[in-house]
Design a protein around this ligand. Structure first.
Ligand SMILES: NC(=O)C1=CN([C@@H]2O[C@H](COP(=O)(O)OP(=O)(O)OC[C@H]3O[C@@H](n4cnc5c(N)ncnc54)[C@H](O)[C@@H]3O)[C@@H](O)[C@H]2O)C=CC1
Ligand SMILES: N[C@@H](CC=O)C(=O)O
Ligand code: NA
Length: 429
């Protein structure tokens, strides 16, 4: 049987572990693929680095682009990262030369998914990107194949392991944000530029991909509403706990009737719900289907092993000639997409103000809410200190997003309100 010959570009966290498993589990992978899977060539920046895997029998290319041109390679694994430059050139070059591609690169798929899918169709090659969304959870396969008999109404979840790890450790230990982020980087969870994680961009890349698969539209990253976790303070984490919530960075894509709304932002969710219980580097994705009902997929969203697991599943599918259209439908059948703005939202909110503790302040704050039709559900004023700003926390009943935003504009004008107010949406699932 002809072997399936693969090449790896990028031998960092994911690439090195993928190479290790390809070498050490060759027999198992070959049996699953129905033919031998051979690591033929690699390319990385530093030839001398010890990666804990013996690559002495594997050919080395200094220029990753050369992997796409080799005629002894059937499939290129792009494990470098970045939506432009080397990764983009390599993936398009490999497809154009008739090779299948596996990538873990969500930035690339979120920005260039439409072009890449069309190119795969015209060159009749397959593309695997299971590792790009929720790491080791087989969520691409679930949505694209497992739920293909359903209409999906909503898909949401925790899509970034680094952010979930940071907020879990901050809550459990009180350690500062920067320290915990440094740990996530050492553990191989974070992106090369960790602002992609903490500013919500990585989760937005993943949500854009999930939304395209779930709703059959072209990937539409530019219309994802994105907020990150930089403003989630230890104070908010502890108020959330007092109110029975956990703060999670969620990605939510939903068919609203006026189009698909895609948003990534910190949310308060009830601590005892399945999503509230997802801690550390774990991710979870809830899909709501017309026939299947509600499903929950759970597992590690980042790190060497879980990500390599997803890459290898794609390699085996391609080696075994199991192929489906990149986004589940031929490109010509994907809809252009209709976006519902986040301002159309209506929900409950957590709001923390830092106020001067003096008589009349509470009346001024509640007057703003009264004037904008916002109904307050609960209020906490923990400390009493006339010399310092004290936190005033309010939660609301269901309120249009527009009403809470205009209330905030009024509240910041009050001279008793110091600092930028903190607003976190409360999601009841
Ligand atoms: N680390 C994780 O948990 C996950 C990572 N991913 C994605 O996997 C991809 C790789 O991520 P990591 O392994 O974490 O990154 P990394 O930074 O550990 O590894 C990337 C490697 O590519 C190499 N590289 C850079 N430019 C190159 C070039 N011109 N030619 C050859 N090699 C080059 C770098 O030297 C580095 O070793 C990214 O797209 C990332 O978003 C996806 C899911 C999880
Ligand atoms: N940086 C990402 C890695 C996986 O996609 C994350 O933390 O989730
Ligand atoms: Na996955």
């Amino acid at each position: 049987m002809q072997p399936f010959r693969v090449a790896i570009a990028g031998l960092g966290t994911v690439g090195a572990e993928t190479a290790r498993i390809l070498m050490t589990e060759a027999e198992l992978l070959g049996a699953r693929a129905g033919r031998p899977v051979e690591l033929k060539a690699v390319s990385a920046r530093d030839r001398s680095r010890d990666r804990g895997v013996d690559l002495s029998g594997v050919e080395w290319e200094d220029d990753a682009a050369a992997l796409a041109a080799r005629d002894d390679v059937d499939c290129v694994l792009e494990l470098i990262g970045g939506s432009e430059g080397v990764a983009y050139d390599l993936v398009l070059g490999a497809i154009r030369s008739g090779k299948s591609v596996v990538t873990a690169n969500k930035a690339l798929i979120a920005h260039h998914g439409a072009e890449i899918a069309e190119l795969c169709e015209s060159h009749d090659v397959g593309l695997g990107y299971e590792a790009a969304v929720a790491g080791g959870i087989p969520i691409i396969k679930s949505v694209r194949e497992g739920f293909s008999g359903n209409r999906i109404g909503r898909i949401y979840g925790i899509l970034n392991g680094t952010c979930n790890y940071i907020m879990t450790v901050m809550r459990e230990t009180g350690r500062p944000f920067e320290d915990v982020l440094a740990d996530a980087q050492k553990l191989g969870y974070a992106e090369a530029d960790p602002s992609f994680d903490v500013d919500g961009i990585d989760a937005a890349h993943k949500l854009a991909i999930l939304s395209a698969l779930a709703f059959g539209h072209h990937v539409d990253f530019k219309n994802v509403h994105v907020e990150g976790i930089r403003h989630v303070s230890p104070l908010d984490i502890s108020f959330a706990e007092e109110l029975g919530y956990r703060i999670k960075l969620l990605g939510i894509a939903e068919e609203t009737g006026d189009g698909v709304q895609q948003r990534v932002h910190p949310c308060m969710v009830k601590a005892e719900t399945p999503i509230g219980q997802v801690e550390g580097v774990f991710n979870a994705v809830v899909a709501e289907g017309s026939a299947v009902g509600t499903t929950l997929s759970y597992g590690r969203g980042a790190g060497a092993g879980p990500t390599a697991s997803a890459v290898l599943a794609d390699v085996i599918d391609l080696a075994a000639c199991r192929r489906v259209p990149v986004f589940g439908l031929p490109s010509s059948k994907l809809s252009p997409g209709r976006t519902a703005p986040v301002t159309a939202l209506s929900g409950c909110y957590y709001l923390r103000l830092m106020v001067i503790d003096r008589p009349g302040v509470l009346a001024d704050v509640t007057a703003v809410f009264r004037d904008h039709g916002v109904s307050v559900e609960a209020m906490i004023q923990r400390a009493r200190n006339p010399d310092e700003a004290v936190p005033l926390v309010l939660t609301t009943h269901e309120t249009p997003e527009t009403a809470i935003r205009t209330s905030l504009e009024e509240l910041v004008k009050l001279d008793a309100v110091l600092e930028e107010p903190r607003l976190i949406r409360i999601e009841e699932f």
